[in-house]
Write a protein that binds this ligand. Sequence first.
Ligand SMILES: O=C[C@H](O)[C@H](O)COP(=O)(O)O
Ligand SMILES: C=C(OP(=O)(O)O)C(=O)O
Length: 356
Amino acid sequence: MTTTAHHPDQLDNLHVRELTPLLSPYELKTQLPMPEAAARTVAGARATIRRILRGEDQRLMVVIGPCSIHDTEAAMDYARRLRTLAGEVDDRLFILMRAYLEKPRTTVGWRGLINDPYLDGSFDMSAGLKVARRLLIDMNALGLPVATEMLDPISPQYLDDQISLATIGARTTEAQTHRALASGVSMPVGFKNGTDGGIQVAVNGCLTAAGSHSFLGIDEQGHSAVVKTTGNPDAFVILRGGRGGPNYSASYVAEAADLMQKANLRPAVMIDCSHANTGSDYRLQEGVWNNVLAQVVGQHEPIVGLMVESNIFEGKQQLTADHSALRYGVSLTDGCIGWEQTERILHEAHAALARG
Ligand SMILES: O=C[C@H](O)[C@H](O)COP(=O)(O)O
Ligand SMILES: C=C(OP(=O)(O)O)C(=O)O
């Protein structure tokens, strides 16, 4: 650890308290290598998602799971349940678990398992990366692929072999850093519309990510490096609502498809049933889900999937200093639907899609 002490003439690092070296991606991947079964899950899921995006696989992609993971035991409990459920509906629905390990905040708040794994402001990110990698390996080894938000431009070097689908969130969808990052990651990537509801920024994100970029990052040894990318052709738009309200209706879906077409991109749209599509009221997610399903049953394209915030138990809870008071399987960030409702809506969707 290097702690900076300020000299009166010092001009740099004036607001930096501490710099703590981190293990390298190579070291972490050597400590926690990819098992054969997990590798099969990731490779298979990425190929399936690419086929869905190109209209070659008619199944609907569903990204479902906690708003954020703070308890790995509860996350694995959820993952085992979802793995079983995914197998029951996989002729119509292709299910990925939402395994969100980094949280963007509107202002301040807990920023996720990688940033602060002990939930106490100690910010032990070495431990956070280890716990995140272990968890993603265990999920993939079950045969359950995962989707996550890529918020930090460094952490993907530690984890990207475990991730089948990446998303760029509403707060970063217009950022050059995240668009360049998306151009180099190894999996398909969804760009959310902006927090103001603007869809064009998400389309611009897809367009930018399709090209090659050069940016500052790290290599496998953890050294700072110029990262040169080839471009990622597998990008799509996620409609999550905005300040003006929801944007999951058919007219917004058509607008997104039209904007993608005008940008010479194959229209592919996922609907996020949460966030500004519900005004952050998790109880409204099922209504959004049903509306979008009705759109899909009539005409699948350009809708490729849905996203739902779900946990073992519904609602959310406050993070306080007394962790013994935390309720098992309840979100620490956005409110989620509970497991029973999750099972029900997935089975109902499966039946509705089977009926056509
Ligand atoms: O998905 C989670 C939240 O919507 C996002 O992280 C912003 O959360 P906040 O408004 O509570 O900070
Ligand atoms: C933060 C999230 O969403 P958004 O970027 O749409 O707010 C999320 O999906 O966890």
